[in-house]
Design a protein around this ligand. Sequence first.
Ligand code: PLP
Length: 411
Amino acid sequence: MSINVEKIRNDFPILSQKIYGKPLIYFDNGATTQKPLCVLETEKRLYSEINANIHRGVHFLSQKSTELYEESRNFIKNWLNAKFSHEIIFTKGTTEGINLVAASFGEKFINEGDEILITEMEHHSNIVPWQILCERKKAILKVLPFDENGELCLEKLSELLNSKTRLVSFTQISNSLGTINPVKKIIQEIRKFSTEIVVLVDGAQAVSHFKIDVQELDCDFYVFSGHKIYAPTGIGVLYGKEKWLDAMPPYQGGGDMIKTVSFSKTVYADLPFKFEAGTPNFIGAITLKTSLNYLNDLGIENIASYENDLLKYSLSKLNLFSELRLIGNAKNRSSIISFILNKIHPYDTGMILDKMGIAVRTGTHCTEPVMQHFKITGTIRASLSFYNTESEVDVLISGIQKVIKMFSVND
Ligand code: PLP
């Protein structure tokens, strides 16, 4: 089966609207994805029919919502091929997942002089939590660079690993360069150097494109956000190997993460509840299952192949502009395209495209070090999804033509 894009577009009501009288062309999927009707309907049905706080009630609705919440956890366990469902922790997103590991794992296992390795292409959410931890623990943050094509300099990995390296955290797909990193190969190399080093993979941009198998990857932690995978905002997942999650102290204290509380002693709950203090976003967690089922029905391989064709089509057109420079030219890349136009500020381009109904993102994309690498202030980023079409790409191309013409007149 391949992607029937016209049929699929009917599943996304937001796509049929007009912006400034022009059909909306949504190319900002790297920032957040649109939601299919089944996801919208699940949310509505949950709030209209079963809304009740989980884990705390004997009444029918509470039991029902608890059951669906735990069913979703189990579904995600299978979806990621985790070993146990208690290795799946619901968070509010990728950022919270990384902060949880940095705070909790960091509290127990990072000591003065230890080293944490990240890469130069990380999103701020995979940089700043480690900087905070390093400051707190007097640990050292090291950075694996990337080259001019936006590919990690993997030949430098072995130079950066040493007996002090405690944790390596890196992204599977760069949100500003589109680079797909060879996660399995990197983890194998780290494991070859030492089996003691803990690895976290930021899957924020990857989960909607690939089938993820955390056991096959052999990562210790894997994080992603629901809103980037056609689910609601405010829900995300942290996968962690049982041995680490068990050994880590709680991240936050409160209801649901305890077995018993007294003023003299509090006993924490077992996994996964130890890391889910307070009322979680149970509606989001349950709805996440709906969005993953939607993607399963389309077929992740079909999605990846459609998006790859659209990427090739877009690049073949964009490469015709002599004024356009791609930022990120990795051999293995996803459907995220960053570019700049000679002497034209990305913000101006974004504003003009917006008036044509085209939503692209402009700026640093929360990856300031990537911009520093290329000595630029920002890029224009078009991130494509399976509901985008070649004719939408053609409109973007004519938009770019228009921008170039307007600014060359004013030159
Ligand atoms: N990591 C990557 C690679 C991202 O692209 C993003 C968001 O753009 C994040 C982390 C942060 O995700 P969130 O804001 O959903 O927590």
